[in-house]
Design a protein around this ligand. Sequence first.
Ligand code: HPA
Length: 270
Amino acid sequence: MLKFINETVDYLKDKGFNEPEVGIILGTGLGQLINSIEILKEVSYNHIPNFPTATVEFHKGKLIYGNLAGKKVVVMQGRFHIYEGYTLQDVTYPVRVMQQLGITTLLVSNAAGAINLNFKKGELMLIDDHINLQGSSPLAVRGIEQMGERFVDMSAPYNADINAKFKSIAKAHNITLHEGIYASVVGPQLETRAEYRMLKIIGADAVGMSTVPEIIVANHLKLKAAAVSVLTDECDPDNLKPINIEEIIAMAAKAEPNMVILFKELIKTL
Ligand code: HPA
């Protein structure tokens, strides 16, 4: 894997991706952040050597390099999910590449369902901890010890300083920012009523289909990591309506301006 990563990194450095400090993974609900970036370079995933082969759905995926709030950033516009048929190593490959390019901080966003019914759709949740329900680990591969530790500590996977900053920024801008536990599932199907009940019992506040693999690898690489979810639906097992994907996308869009404020202001403080 190291040889592949080095090839990818050499290609991107050649393209001008010079020493980014912060990596950002844009999930549903943070696409607008792109409008705040002074874009210096961008490359389609399709053109990046050794990047996971893009599916039809994802041929719009791009890696972007530029300035945001005075920092050099590298941004993934579009991420890879296991529900698309990628492995967890594919899903997290770009995190390893961004680390080799020079990032020391990784910021992640996603859309998630609210398991904690005190949290309302359209609100944001800072991820304080997670439960991996994806059935495997991106670190469960032969040779992982050549790339870092095998038994990675997970006592504080989300950086406490960054989370404290996110909370004070939210307060200063009057943005509701809950804090909670994110459970990652494989998807792509949504959960049954029984599954939502289980998720609540095991302590999840939100559920989604991403983020946890990237955060595990960020910890493997000793990056400072943080993640924020847009809550797009309320997962009440006693009152569950059929899922409406348009409503989920509309909710993510509604929360987007607040997400953009949080990320921009946070990056200023790094
Ligand atoms: N479950 C899983 N993933 C999701 C959900 C959900 O309810 N909402 C948005 N992403």
